[in-house]
Design a protein around this ligand. Structure first.
Ligand code: BTN
Length: 319
């Protein structure tokens, strides 16, 4: 019964619904409606109640605890073991620790806040309480070390598509795995692995997605953005998470069998637009050029200022 009431409110677009209308739709008394609303409040739903107008849903709960992930997301592997922290230094560090202790393939470490989030290239990752999805996924794949970097590209496709389908906005991938909306970075992915040349013991994909508006430190202000700034609604982390995990699980087997090749067209379509001027930083040198696309290995093809095409295997690009 409570599920039906939730559905009515979620469809109401934050408009008032009178007690009478609710009781008619639900086929229960107005007192019973009031009781159900009190129960929903305990789950974290917030309402405004005004005499003669009825009830209006203000906010839905946006918990991402393990119970909620396991209840809401329809996955078998990625979500079968969820380790949640209200606050932790880094889910990535924790995932490494759990992996060393033998945690299973598909384990997810997720936190509401990170106090020492790690970014790529030794940078830190700003992860304020409740303002994003800070999650690390543990994989135990059977592909080789060389193929592993491409999983980051795969994960960025899945995340981009999840956000595009939920919110209909033109999110793009900045090679290799940053998600941008216009000039703002809203998500980053950090993949780390442990193993030998021909055998990976485990691999950890760390995903940081800024969902809610927050005050960024000065050095990030120009560059970082949150989903909420660009959509006309309150992003729901659980909804994003489930969409991501479900799609990840659905397509992972294909990636595992065939690698990046089946996904490379899709990646190119989501890549920052062809022709975007970029600077490639490679240890001590800079290359100026334009984005051309990626090849089947996931390497970036850059058209240099003199027209020459080059392949970038690793490094960082600046737009
Ligand atoms: C980047 O630099 O763009 C990658 C950022 C990755 C951040 C995520 S948040 C969850 C996981 N835990 C960490 O400490 N880092 C990754």
């Amino acid at each position: 019964m409570r599920e039906k009431l939730k559905e009515i409110f979620l469809k109401s677009n934050h408009q008032f619904i009178s007690g009478e209308e609710l009781s008619q739709q639900m086929q229960i008394s107005r007192t019973a409606i009031w009781k159900q609303i009190e129960e929903l409040k305990k789950e974290g739903y917030q309402f405004e109640a005004v005499r003669k107008k009825g009830y209006r849903l203000l906010n839905e709960p946006d918990d991402i605890s393990s119970e909620i992930i396991q209840r809401e997301c329809h996955t078998k592997i990625f979500g079968s073991n969820v380790v949640y922290f209200k606050s932790i230094d880094s889910t990535q560090t924790k995932a490494h620790e759990l992996a060393r202790q033998g945690a299973k393939h598909g384990t997810i470490v997720i936190a509401n806040e990170q106090t020492n989030g790690k970014g790529r290239l030794g940078r830190s990752w700003f992860s304020n309480e409740g303002k994003g999805i800070w999650m690390s996924i543990l994989l135990r794949p059977s592909f080789s070390y060389n193929e592993a970097p491409q999983i980051t590209l795969f994960a960025s496709i899945i995340l981009t598509n999840a956000l595009r389908s939920l919110y209909g906005i033109d999110i793009r991938i900045k090679w290799p795995n940053d998600l941008y909306f216009e000039k703002k970075k809203i998500a980053g992915i950090l993949t780390e692995m442990h193993g030998e040349q021909d055998q990976i013991h485990y691999l950890i994909i760390g995903i940081g997605l800024n969902t809610h508006k927050t005050k960024y430190p000065l050095e990030l202000k120009q560059k970082a953005g949150s989903l909420e700034e660009f959509i006309n609604q309150n992003p729901r982390r659980i909804e994003i998470l489930c969409k991501f995990l479900e799609q990840f699980e659905k397509k992972y087997e294909l990636f595992h069998q065939k690698g990046f090749a089946p996904f490379f067209d899709e990646y190119n379509q989501l890549l920052l637009k062809k022709g975007t001027p970029i600077v490639v930083t490679q240890s001590t040198s800079f290359i100026y050029g334009q984005i051309y696309g990626v090849d089947e290995n996931g390497y970036l093809i850059v058209k240099k200022e003199n027209g020459e095409m080059i392949k970038v295997v690793s490094g960082d690009i600046t737009i």
